[in-house]
Design a protein around this ligand. Structure first.
Ligand code: F6P
Length: 365
């Protein structure tokens, strides 16, 4: 396809929701309309291409007022991989990819904007390889997608977690307690690290640095000795002890990935024993995914949506829009999928945290 041949764009949101999805949907629709292109919203991720009547036209009128809303007006799912669609009755999977391609043509679509995390972008890449013109838009509160400095949703999640830590500080101090805050992030420690730094945590435990609970307890006891009678510990859901396994709430099953969680309770019980200090924990969970996106996420999401339409108009397919500060750029989907962006060991976030006295679970050598 040549530049200027995309006239009708299908748009979908896949995977777990993240604040800013609606801002992207709105930006795509408004930018497309400005260039005389039509938009069709596909419901519940790729289900919109698998099942009939799961799509609807989106005009600027349909997206007015959604910029500040969390969630997604199109709905989403993290169970609907069309290449291995789970069938609950048989316990097996079916490949619905050809059906999706047929539906794409039936709906007279010229291209797709796929807004999602690593799993959804991998599906987008598969369709791209099968000849569907696709542009991906990276979303996740975890901020773990490669080749982009930021995904939208992350800033909102960090702001929420920081506010929660601020609130815990006052009650921790009043009761001379240790408070543990478990945050999301899957296998990356970005949310824990950013919210812990912003909230002034005393300990931050992330998946990238296996922790030694005795060392953590030693740090908290030392704080007590110099007169700090309370402590805040931020623990990422994917953090694990040295030589230990991650805490899994639910094993992966057909069409789903494992559900992490529970490490906050474990760390709390261990620290109470080792420090002899009253210790409580709180799990922020899906609250981190809810609510209105921050100004940063609204702007990033809007820039991503605009860039996605630009790429389609240039017939630059198989790309993901990305933030390479200060620019929004295109990166090939194939360089993104199957990889996770973790906190690198030489990140200045780690050295900064240590320099302000935050313990990261294991004393640096
Ligand atoms: O990827 C976003 C995320 O919120 C992770 O931080 C978390 O582990 C996971 O999704 C939870 O997924 P679900 O909503 O399916 O429980």
């Amino acid at each position: 396809m040549n530049a200027g041949t995309v006239k009708r764009i299908g748009e979908l949101t896949g995977g777990g929701d993240a604040p800013g999805l609606n801002a992207v949907i709105r930006a795509v629709v408004k930018t497309a309309a400005n260039h005389g292109l039509e938009c069709i919203g596909l419901e519940d991720s790729f289900d919109g291409l698998i099942e009939p009547d799961r799509s609807r036209p989106l005009t600027p009128r349909d997206v007015t007022g959604i910029l500040r809303l969390g969630g997604t007006i199109l709905g989403t799912t993290n169970r609907g991989n069309p290449f291995a669609y789970p069938i609950s009755t048989s316990g097996g999977t079916v490949d619905y990819s050809s059906r999706c391609i047929e539906m794409f043509h039936q709906l007279k679509l010229d291209a797709l904007v796929v807004i999602g995390g690593d799993g959804t972008l991998a599906i987008a890449h598969e369709f791209s390889k099968r000849g569907i013109p696709v542009v991906g838009v990276p979303k996740t509160i975890d901020n773990d997608i490669c080749e982009t400095v930021n995904t939208f949703g992350f800033d909102t999640a960090v702001s929420f977690a920081t506010d929660a830590i601020d609130r815990l500080h006052t009650t921790a101090e009043a009761h001379h307690r240790i408070m543990i805050v478990e945050v999301m992030g899957r296998y990356a420690g970005w949310i824990a690290l950013h919210s812990g730094l912003a909230g002034g945590a005393d300990v931050i435990l992330i998946p990238e640095i296996p922790f030694d609970i005795e060392q953590v307890a030693g740090h908290l006891i030392a704080r007590e000795r110099w007169g700090a009678r309370f402590s805040i510990v931020v623990v990422a859901e994917g953090a694990a002890r040295v030589g230990g396994a991650r805490s899994v709430m639910k094993e992966a099953e057909l069409g789903t990935v494992e559900r992490l969680g529970g490490i906050g309770a474990i760390v709390a019980a261990d620290l109470e024993k080792l420090t002899a200090k009253e210790t409580r924990y709180v799990v922020l969970g899906h609250l981190q995914r809810g609510g209105s996106p921050t100004a940063f996420d609204r702007v990033l999401a809007t820039r991503f949506g605009h860039k996605a339409v630009e790429l389609l108009m240039e017939a630059n397919f198989g790309q993901m829009v990305a933030l390479k500060s200060p620019y929004i750029v295109a990166v090939p989907l194939e360089t993104v999928v199957g990889r996770t962006r973790n906190v690198p060991p030489d990140s200045d976030l780690l050295s900064t945290a240590r320099s302000v006295g935050i313990h990261l679970g294991s004393d640096p050598n």
